[in-house]
Design a protein around this ligand. Structure first.
Ligand code: GLP
Length: 246
């Protein structure tokens, strides 16, 4: 294990995705044990999948009780229904919610089918109602985006419909039949909301494609072109990565 501290951000390098997933899952499990009514913001993407697998394993083996927990997710594609296999609602149900005893009515994602402005407004209200969140889990895009806040996003932004960059569409096409099927916009929790409504933030960055984002964060300077650097404004952040940190 290697560690570095950049302002209030603890950056931890571990050798394998499995080790990272175990550590991160343990953070959630410990929080629920101390506070059954804990509230979390969770992420989709490949980065948290193993963490969710560890959470499910713990629930099955140790009976950790998620029944009082509330989860809000970070984002949803515009145009996808909850039943569409590529929707983030489908992902969360499949990868986590259906396998633990969380009340499905206590799990929230932005609507991909409502009129986007209304969907964003409603979701902001949902977040407002449930905040503060005990832990917010983030992945990071190859271009440094957090949730779907692409480079250039304001660090005080609220939930909004955002336009996905070419890079993001390219990176996410693996989940769709063709490039043309990837939605062009999404409803994303804003960076400002993440920063002000999270008591603690955990970010997972895995693989060589995330090195540039980690390197940028390690510079310790806020940079609008790299949304990940907004985390420098928060007082309690842990980054788990297998990228180089020195
Ligand atoms: C997606 C999601 C992000 C996620 C990121 C990285 O576009 N909206 O929340 O963190 O891309 O995805 P992955 O973990 O698959 O690399």
């Amino acid at each position: 294990m290697e560690k570095r501290k950049i302002k209030h951000i603890e950056v931890i390098k571990l050798d394998s995705e499995e080790e990272i997933a175990k550590e991160v899952a343990a953070k959630f499990i410990d929080k629920i044990e101390a506070k059954p009514s804990a509230k979390f913001i969770l992420a989709t993407g490949s980065s948290p999948i193993k963490t969710y697998e560890n959470i499910i394993k713990d629930h099955k083996e140790n009976g950790t009780d998620w029944s009082k927990t509330i989860v809000c997710n970070l984002d949803e594609y515009v145009g996808l229904k909850p039943t569409d296999k590529q929707s983030y609602r489908y992902f969360m149900n499949n990868k986590l919610f259906n396998h633990i005893n969380i009340n499905i009515n206590s799990t929230h994602l932005p609507s991909g089918i409502d009129e986007p402005k209304l969907s964003a407004k409603n979701y902001d209200m949902q977040l407002e109602m449930n905040s503060p969140f005990d832990i917010t889990l983030l992945g990071v895009g190859v271009n440094g985006h957090i949730a779907f806040n692409e480079p250039g996003s304001e660090f005080d932004a609220k939930t909004a419909e955002v336009t996905l960059t070419k890079e993001t569409i390219e990176a996410n096409k693996k989940y769709f039949k063709s490039l043309g099927d990837v939605p062009k916009t999404a409803i994303s929790v804003g960076i400002g909301t993440i920063l002000t409504k999270s008591n603690e933030i955990i970010l997972i960055a895995l693989g060589a494609s995330k090195q540039a984002a980690i390197t940028e964060l390690l510079k310790g300077k806020e940079n609008l072109d790299w949304p990940i650097t907004a985390l420098l404004r928060h007082s309690k952040v842990t980054v788990y990565t297998d990228c180089k940190i020195k």
